[in-house]
Design a protein around this ligand. Structure first.
Ligand code: BEZ
Ligand code: FE
Length: 291
């Protein structure tokens, strides 16, 4: 081991891995790279001790803020572009499968299970524009997949998700739907409005430290899943929304942008939004991995 100095400290710490307990190959790979990159960052910016203490206090504040309702570390990772990068590496674009994007911190488990075509609106706002959302969930060959579970969630016309707004009913603008035998889904929601990600506390401190605004373009979140297919976590974006090319969490993908059109009388809403998704089957994934 020996005595450390600025030149050998990185190697000494890396060599200590597994000294007093087992580490897997993956743990060794992750920790070796983490130690190398963090040490080189500390050296490159010549991190001073008071800055190190400020960073530790910052992480303590972020931890104290975190709860089931506020995923502060996901938020910080999003502001740094980490979640979108991890997602792009975990779910690379393959064939005609739809693109994924970040989950974000506002998903809630077990949304209300609703029949096809039902509304997720539990409270009305003066400025709302209602929309009929529909489309097909298809396989790689373009055939509709029956019995796909679709969780959706969006912000209210005041720009706030229900779990952060005491004036909205529980699970407002959240729902779980299933495709019919042709792979078709449909539900009624509102046109999502652009909103600022939480900018109080530590997320706001990071945004200001980086000189960034907090805004996201209007979007609807989806989690699309069925046994035998890779689950798809994604969002669809309003082509006419502000901030499409300047998203505070870097999550917009060209292929996920769609257009709200005026609704027809049978929709019973102000607007109509059609969007199809394609899923990759586990069998196709296994054959790609085997090549
Ligand atoms: C969201 O779209 O809900 C979101 C994503 C990343 C950070 C904050 C919010
Ligand atoms: Fe969102």
């Amino acid at each position: 081991m020996g005595i450390v100095n600025q030149d050998n400290i990185t190697d000494v710490v890396i060599q200590s891995l597994g000294r007093n307990g087992d580490v897997t190959d993956r743990q060794r790979e992750i920790m070796t790279s983490l130690i190398k990159h963090i040490h080189s960052f500390v050296k490159e910016v010549k991190l001073q001790h008071h800055e190190f203490l400020e960073a530790c206090a910052y992480l303590v504040r972020a931890g104290k803020l975190s709860s089931d309702n506020r995923q502060e570390f996901i938020l910080l990772a999003d502001i740094l572009g980490i979640e979108v990068l991890v997602d792009m590496m975990t779910n690379p674009v393959e064939g005609n499968a739809s693109e994924s994007t970040v989950l974000g911190p506002f998903y809630r488990e077990n949304p209300p299970v609703l029949p096809k075509g039902a509304s997720i609106i539990k409270k009305h706002f003066d400025n709302e524009e209602t929309a009929y959302y529909e489309g097909y969930i298809r396989d790689a060959a373009g055939k509709g997949i029956a019995g796909v579970t679709i969780d959706v969630w969006e912000d209210a016309p005041n720009g706030i998700y229900e779990n952060l707004d005491p004036d909205q009913p529980d699970y407002n603008l959240r729902g779980r739907f299933e495709t019919d035998e042709t792979g078709h889904y449909a539900f009624v929601g509102v046109r999502p409005v652009p909103y600022p990600i939480p900018e109080d506390e530590t997320a706001g401190e990071l945004l200001r430290f980086m000189g960034h605004h907090p805004n996201r373009p209007g979007h609807m979140h989806f989690i699309i899943s069925k046994d035998g297919y890779r689950p798809l976590i994604s969002q669809i974006y309003d082509a006419d929304s502000k901030w499409l090319d300047d998203d505070s969490v870097f999550a917009v993908k060209e292929s996920l942008i769609g257009k709200f059109k005026p609704a027809q009388p049978e929709h019973g809403t102000d607007l109509h939004f059609e969007f199809d998704f394609a899923l990759k089957s586990e069998a196709e994934l296994a054959s790609v991995a085997a090549e």
